[in-house]
Design a protein around this ligand. Structure first.
Ligand code: UN1
Length: 495
């Protein structure tokens, strides 16, 4: 029988109150059960929150540099375990080993960045209006953070959220995606081994309906950070907002790469292959639309179709494969549903458009890299997030139309332009409605010390990564110190 993994609540590894388990299966080989995980309920969340609240009282007093030092040690442990983590991540999530190594590395980078941030956590100090008075402000922890993470970056995204939360002095209740619970469990093991006190970190496995909802609605959780669909993000925001919780949402994307007639086409080709089919298109930042200048449209499409023939879809553990499976059966159905929609809308299917079931593909959720041309802004495959290896190509006349088409979108996470014209590059940086713009690079590849997030319906204005995330996980205490020895009335005695 497959190994049973546990929740970690109140300093103890434990099964769910329900006594039930769910399976974690390998998307490249559904016969392989990677492990069994606790199917938790609201009562498990209640215990986790109680423990997190109790542990917070002491954790908030640990100096931030000391908290950072624990994260430094955890980063060192993760370096040692990188290969094992990457292999397990490929087994539970599917993406190819080079990418899962990158995902773990993004976690390591986030550890080391957070460790140093423990010595910074800057805040503003300003002069007083009055004599013999000092004004300063500093960052305080907020309390208990509820973190709900997706399956596409099983290590990087939990690190993006939990490490700033911890270094700022909050305690954590963490619900990872039920498709990738093993990587999340290992992250918690590493944090504990490095010295995070029990109770400060709690992991509760299970579905969004039972565990996610219980976290969002729990009155003793102060802040929520969620990455996932815009639909779920909206529900979370209204429930948590009603309780005045602080909420950070990282939601959908429909990212586009623009290629101008003066762009380096070979470079743009490498970019779109990586952006559209890396992680099998299952990134929030994946290239889902390709906007081509009409002068290079036909040539570039030919180059693209030829290059796609060189991609090998298969088990991500085998080095010859460049594209892994989709995460599960449901995602195959979603992706294939969109392919049918694209065809019925009149877009032209140039390659792919079907599940792969032959030979080595027989026991996994594999889907052929798919390209549609003749896509126009009204079509659903132009507008809606697909989260799979499906690329929609749109032809435009000039730069202005490229920007207009790009911005004709409810989302705004990542964007890219390939051009050698410095003026157009700068205009794109100014005018593309997105939280991230790449010049002569694909839509994916964010670095952990830079702000990450999007505009419009991609989120609610917060950023992960970089320094803004430390602002999200802390709040400001302003302090006035009067050393005049008498009552000084601001706005009155000085005017
Ligand atoms: C995501 O797709 O949710 O920039 C995160 C990138 C990665 C992170 C993506 N570093 O593509």
């Amino acid at each position: 029988m497959a190994k049973e993994y546990l929740n970690f609540i109140d300093g103890k590894w434990c099964a769910a109150d329900t006594g039930e388990w769910f399976e974690n299966r390998n998307p490249a080989d559904w016969d392989e059960v990677v492990g069994l995980f606790p199917k938790s309920a609201k009562t498990d969340v209640d215990r986790a929150v109680k423990a997190a609240r109790a542990a917070y009282r002491e954790w908030r007093l640990v100096p931030a540099p000391e908290r950072g030092a624990i994260l430094k040690r955890a980063g060192d442990i993760m370096v040692e375990r990188k290969e094992e983590l990457a292999r397990n991540m490929t087994r539970e999530m599917g993406k190819v080993l080079t990418e899962t190594r990158g995902d773990v590395q993004e976690g390591i980078d986030t550890f080391y960045y957070a460790a140093v941030e423990g010595r910074r956590l800057f805040s503003h100090t300003a002069p007083s209006e009055m004599r013999n008075k000092m004004n300063l402000s500093f960052r305080m922890p907020i309390g208990v953070a509820g973190l709900i993470t997706p399956w596409n970056f099983p290590m990087a995204i939990p690190c993006w959220k939990s490490l700033p939360a911890l270094v700022c002095g909050n305690s954590v209740v963490f619900k990872p995606a039920s498709d990738t619970p093993l990587t999340a469990t290992t992250l918690v093991e590493i944090l504990l081994e490095a010295g995070i006190p029990p109770g400060v970190i709690n992991i509760v496995h299970g579905g969004g309906g039972a565990v996610g909802t219980a976290i969002v609605e729990h009155p003793d959780i102060d802040l929520i950070s969620f990455t996932g669909s815009s639909m779920v993000g909206r529900q979370i925001n209204s429930k948590a907002g009603a309780q005045l919780k602080r909420v950070s949402l990282e939601l959908g994307g429909k990212n586009a790469q623009i290629v101008m007639d003066d762009g380096d086409l070979d470079l743009a080709l490498e970019g779109v292959l990586w952006g559209a089919f890396g992680t099998t298109g299952q990134r929030c930042t994946a290239t889902s639309r390709l906007i081509l200048h009409e002068a290079i449209h036909d040539r570039f499409v030919d180059m693209l179709l030829k290059a796609i023939e060189g991609l090998t879809v298969g088990d991500g553990l085998l080095p010859e494969n460049t594209v892994g499976p989709l995460i599960n059966k449901g995602q195959v159905e979603v992706v294939h549903g969109y392919v049918e929609i694209g065809k019925s809308e009149g877009a032209k299917l140039m390659c792919g458009g079907h599940q792969l079931t032959d030979g080595d593909h027989a026991r996994g959720w594999f889907y052929a890299p798919t390209v549609f041309t003749g896509v126009t802004p009204g079509m659903r495959i132009f507008k809606e997030e697909i989260f799979g290896p499906v690329l929609s190509v749109v032809k435009v006349r000039d730069f202005d139309e490229a920007v207009k088409v790009h911005n004709d979108c409810i989302y705004g996470l990542s964007s890219s332009i390939y051009t050698r014209d410095v003026n157009n590059a700068m205009r794109a940086v100014r005018d593309l409605e997105a939280g991230i713009t790449y010049v002569n690079g694909p839509t994916i590849g964010a670095e952990c010390h830079m702000p990450f997030g999007g505009v419009k319906e991609t989120g609610n204005g917060h950023r992960e990564g970089g320094w803004p995330v430390y602002e999200f996980y802390s709040e400001i205490k302003t302090v006035y110190i009067d050393f005049s020895g008498r009552l000084q009335r601001a706005q009155i005695d000085n005017y």
